[in-house]
Ligand binder design. Structure first.
Ligand SMILES: [Mg+2]
Length: 275
């Protein structure tokens, strides 16, 4: 009996790729028992936003370009009955929330609203490079700034406080428009358009520009970007965000929020395009 067992063990070691009871046992480990740190995958992205001078340069490039576009538009746009407005997103467009993402890594926890509120209450978000300077310049040219953000309604006062602290123009209740019933921004843009002509939109997420991008998968998002190619660097100014966004939730994770950590890990690997 002992001898037979020894032979089986030896065969298993010699031919590890063959189907054997030992191999079956190994692959039968339930997926959920694999310990995958919740935020391990985002360490590189958060480091990039916080440490890469290229991130800073890209933001400055976006805002320098926005200024060139604004000057060109002000030269050619006839002042009609409506006032001119720029609509900007807040998070990862005007303010940098990377310390919040770093905290999730430190605590190895998934996104949770209470942690996000806690971070907002710190009132310590820094400005995205170039954002304050550009928006102040636009304001000096008679353009009103509207901040359309999906922060929660209860964050209004701390958000205004943070913007004020950073010297952003128009940081008041009339210009800071946080999420209402839905996270879609169309309704809020239409509200601005009742009294203003929106000449430029700034954002890190494609849904910051038009509702066409709401809840679309990666293929559709790519096709829409191609169909709107002329708008980017013209009326739409895009800021980089590799930490999070619809590219991840609707793109990589296909709009589903109920994947397990190990499924998310597996999806991230499956979505890679190799050769
Ligand atoms: Mg954003």
């Amino acid at each position: 009996m002992k001898r037979n067992l020894l032979i089986i063990v030896s065969l298993g070691l010699l031919f590890p790729a063959c189907d054997s009871p030992f191999r079956t046992q190994k692959t039968a480990v339930p997926q959920q028992s694999l310990q995958i740190p919740t935020q391990e995958h985002s360490i590189q992205a958060v480091n990039w936003q916080q440490q890469a001078a290229e991130y800073r340069a890209l933001c400055l490039q976006a805002y320098n370009f926005a200024r060139l576009r604004l000057d060109a538009m002000l030269d050619t746009t006839k002042m009609d009955v409506k006032k001119l407005a720029i609509v900007t997103d807040l998070d990862e467009t005007a303010v940098d929330n990377s310390p919040f993402n770093a905290k999730m890594i430190e605590l190895d926890e998934a996104y949770q609203k209470s942690r996000w509120i806690e971070w907002g209450n710190e009132v310590s978000a820094k400005a995205v490079p170039g954002a304050v300077e550009f928006l102040k310049y636009a304001a000096s040219q008679g353009v009103e700034i509207f901040y359309i953000s999906n922060r929660y309604p209860e964050q209004l006062q701390v958000t205004i406080e943070n913007l004020d602290k950073l010297d952003f123009p128009f940081s008041d209740e009339a210009h800071v428009m946080l999420r209402n019933q839905s996270s879609g921004k169309l309704e809020r843009r239409e509200k601005v358009e009742e009294t203003h002509t929106i000449i430029m939109l700034l954002g890190d997420n494609l849904a910051d520009f038009t509702d066409l991008f709401e809840k679309q998968n990666s293929g559709r998002r790519h096709a829409l970007v191609d169909s709107l190619a002329a708008e980017f660097g013209s009326r739409f100014i895009v800021l980089p965000n590799v930490m999070y966004g619809d590219w991840q939730t609707n793109g990589i994770y296909e709009g589903r929020y109920d994947w397990t950590e190990s499924q998310r890990d597996s999806i991230r690997h499956k979505k890679l395009i190799s050769y």
